[in-house]
Design a protein around this ligand. Sequence first.
Ligand SMILES: [Zn+2]
Length: 392
Amino acid sequence: MSGSPLLPSNPGADGSKTEAFDVVSLIDDLLRKAIHAGASDVHFEPTSSAQVVKFRLDGVLNVVEKLPKSLSDNIIARLKVMGDLLTYRNDIPQEGRIELTGDHGDVIDQRLAVFPTIHGQRAVVRLFYEEAGLSDLEALGFSEGICSVLKQIAQKNQGVLLLTGPAGSGKSTTLGALLGYIMRKFPGKSIVTLEDPVERHIDGVTQVQITPHGEMTFPTALRSLLRQDPQVLMIGEIRDAETARIACEAGLTGHLLMSTLHSGTPAAALIRLLEMGIEPYQLTSSVSAVVNQRLARKLCPQCKKKDTEADTYEPSGCEDCFQTGYKGRVLMAEMVQLDGELRQALLAKADLDQLEDILRSRGHMTMVQDGMRLVGQGVTTRSEIKTVCGNA
Ligand SMILES: [Zn+2]
């Protein structure tokens, strides 16, 4: 990033006048800026020649400042004071909490971690924000087609809906939005969630904290919960064969069950369930749909530039987006609904290639194609889709 608005106008080319520099305000300003931008982490990284400051914005680390190396010790010392750490110990990792005074919006907690490296100490401040309410299903970025199928499934009193995607792909936000939709549409429904950990409190929902190494494991809780007769069940994640089996049974016996699964494509998720020991007939009669999702960064609306030739938008960079060209994130997804043909194939013990072939032959809308819809709308870029999907 060119220009350093946080530095004094003329600190001296070699940084020699920095002793008089106000490190306290520098750190306060940086943290305030980070919070204003909604950054999740602020990194203070020592290199051989500078102390580099990075913000993690929408999941991506961006360099926002390169401060003179001569400031490094003062910066780390100031952070340690703020975090109530031992300022005289530079040789051990330390962790603490920071309390910011003044107007710091919706930040509820800040953690500091300091670590010694060969170029000096490295510090990371992690920022935690107040949870916003449940997102609207319509506002997540799903295509109209996927959104309307999700609504149909959410209205049912049976079946299993699975979300797949890596960590940080917005799966719990989608689950939350689905619960919100069900609560608005059917206010009296009995909804229970099993989570590890409970990420946010939802009014009107019975939430259960799972202790994977204690007595309240997913299978134990799920088995006895079914006797409590909930109508809608949300399981944070299906991690083991037993949970998968009980989940499928629940979906078959008058419960709508929603959960997530670590897996690549929707077809791979179906195969994974079979590999976990779910019988093909159980799978085909319980699973309604599998949605695979990712988050792509949205173009900054303040500075995106139109590429008239390609009829798309490109990132530019402005103060508002810390010169990244992007601000906020949008969901892209692909969905597979189990229909007659797929059920037949699964019952005939089709493998992954065969399932993918069936989907291809019927013009299944892939994740990349869904991403290109967002590119066409000027919401994100082809290169972002490429980064997120690994090909495009
Ligand atoms: Zn911008």
